[in-house]
Design a binder for this molecule. Structure first.
Ligand SMILES: [Zn+2]
Length: 476
């Protein structure tokens, strides 16, 4: 059985309410009355007359005024109605939103807050301001030593002015010995899974992750026992096939290869350059894509790590991408060491690797068109996948794969919040939700690259400036 996630919340805003103008006025009055009723001791922030991205409709709504009090959004309303009502009483910080575009805080659905950083002798907290500087106000850890990740998450929670919110994950549940000894946890006997899940359920994780060498009997037991405890299960699959995992009710697949590897017909597998030449209209592919769509299994493609680390790390535009300059030198200098250690790039000649990446993007577009819910994750801080900034690269690669900008932004906000079980608190700029807002100077629906035109980031109601955040990241 799949975990039942809470229903998507609806805006309680005038423009979304059915009925005539009297009702609209009544609701506007109610919203504004609610603003006045909130404790006056908390600081008030008003963003006036901005455009606002609504991830549910995929529309950019013009002339909106957003009111935040303390760490919450308390009203979002038509700017003229707001002015007619007299606005907010008392002191408030006012931001002129004219010509600006407000996005909900972005969420990266696949990061590591300890792993790889520890190998480079970088403490997790040192790179956290990079996320916020890039408008990423929450991250989903997808495999770290739980105690260490919990410490980084607690540290982040005490410094919302320069750290994103961090949601933690189980270790990588794998065979014995696990592939990544630092973050793997061996489990090979299905009978031992219930006791392990009892323990994991106490760690306050939001995600349980099945890793590459796990076989079906253990994988199925992990899914069943996790769902019994209300936990969300994702998988980076190699031995446990995607077809079996989807049939067993897994909630999510990490990396496009957790789909791609299982749609290669046996007669072409292993032939030279077969990945780059794969025909994605083959029956195996059509059938798995249909199953994923029917089961509403989430897929988190993480195209950034495939392009930047695994397939094309030797391409100068990727290796020397300006985004990489933001990370501490220790991490930047460790990346080529880690690439050698992991045998990257994979996949033969450069042209073969380019063709393979093109097929990964083609499959991503096919999943979207079939109705498979996609997430936006990066696998930061793997080589050339810098924290925070790589999310904008991922947004661009998803648009190149055929997703409309509105769909990509919805995935990076409301869908990512939903898999965290946090869609009533995060993922849209809605009264009652946390005040996580990215204010842009250009419209990302016109060009997804405009997601980088960040003027301000508001995290839990705190106004943060990207230039100041970047100064907090050590250069050495
Ligand atoms: Zn990862």
């Amino acid at each position: 059985m799949k975990r039942l996630l809470p229903p998507m919340p609806g805006y309680c805003l005038p423009r979304h309410c059915p009925g005539g103008s009297l009702l609209v006025f009544a609701v506007a009055f109610w919203c504004l009355a609610a603003v006045s009723a909130v404790s006056a001791a908390e600081p008030t922030l008003v963003i006036e007359r901005c455009s606002l991205f609504d991830p549910e409709s995929g529309r950019m709504l013009p002339e909106q005024t957003i009111v935040c009090r303390g760490k919450q959004v308390v009203a979002v309303t038509d700017a003229d109605e707001f002015d007619k009502s007299g606005g907010v009483s008392g002191e408030a910080t006012r931001i002129d939103g004219r010509g600006k575009f407000a996005l909900p805080g972005l969420i990266d659905a696949h990061v590591h807050v300890v792993f790889v950083l520890d190998l480079a002798h970088v403490a997790g907290d040192e790179v956290l301001p990079l996320y916020l500087a890039a408008g990423v106000t929450s991250v989903r850890s997808t495999g770290d030593v739980p105690a260490a990740a919990t410490l980084v998450a607690r540290f982040a929670a005490t410094h919302p002015e320069w750290c994103p919110r961090i949601f933690t994950c189980s270790p990588l549940l794998d065979a014995d010995p696990p592939i990544h000894r630092e973050v793997g946890y061996p489990i090979t006997d299905p009978a031992k899974v219930p006791a392990l899940m009892d323990e994991i359920a106490q760690w306050n994780v939001t995600t349980v992750k099945i890793y590459a060498q796990t076989q079906r009997p253990v994988g199925r037991a992990i899914i069943e026992e996790s769902h019994r405890r209300g936990l969300f299960v994702t998988g980076h699959l190699i031995r446990y096939s995607a077809q079996d995992a989807v049939a067993d009710g897994i909630d999510c697949l990490e990396h496009i290869t957790s789909v791609f590897d299982f749609v290669i017909p046996p007669e072409v597998a292993g032939t030279p350059g077969h990945r780059g030449r794969l025909d994605l209209s083959n029956p195996l592919c059509e059938s798995l894509v249909a199953d994923l769509a029917q089961q509403k299994t989430y897929v988190d493609p993480t195209l950034a790590v495939f392009r930047n680390m695994l397939l094309l790390p030797d391409v100068p535009e990727i290796r020397d991408h300006p985004d990489n300059a933001h990370v501490p030198q220790r991490l930047r200098e460790f990346w080529p060491v880690y690439l050698r250690r992991t045998g990257c790039p994979h996949g033969g000649e450069l042209e073969d690797r380019r063709r393979t990446f093109a097929r990964y993007q083609e499959l991503t577009g096919k999943l979207y068109r079939a109705g498979v819910p996609l997430l936006v994750g990066t696998d930061s801080p793997e080589p050339h996948v810098p924290p925070g900034f790589s999310l904008h690269q991922e947004l661009e690669m998803l648009v190149e794969s055929g997703l409309p900008p509105a769909a990509v932004l919805r995935a990076a906000t409301l869908t990512n919040a939903t898999v965290l079980g946090e869609n009533e608190r995060l993922g849209s700029i809605t009264p009652g939700k946390d005040a996580d807002i990215v204010l842009l100077s250009a419209n990302p629906l016109d060009n997804i690259r405009n997601s980088r035109t960040i003027e301000l980031v508001i995290h839990s109601g705190i106004v943060c400036r990207p230039a100041e955040l970047l100064k907090r990241v050590p250069q050495d």
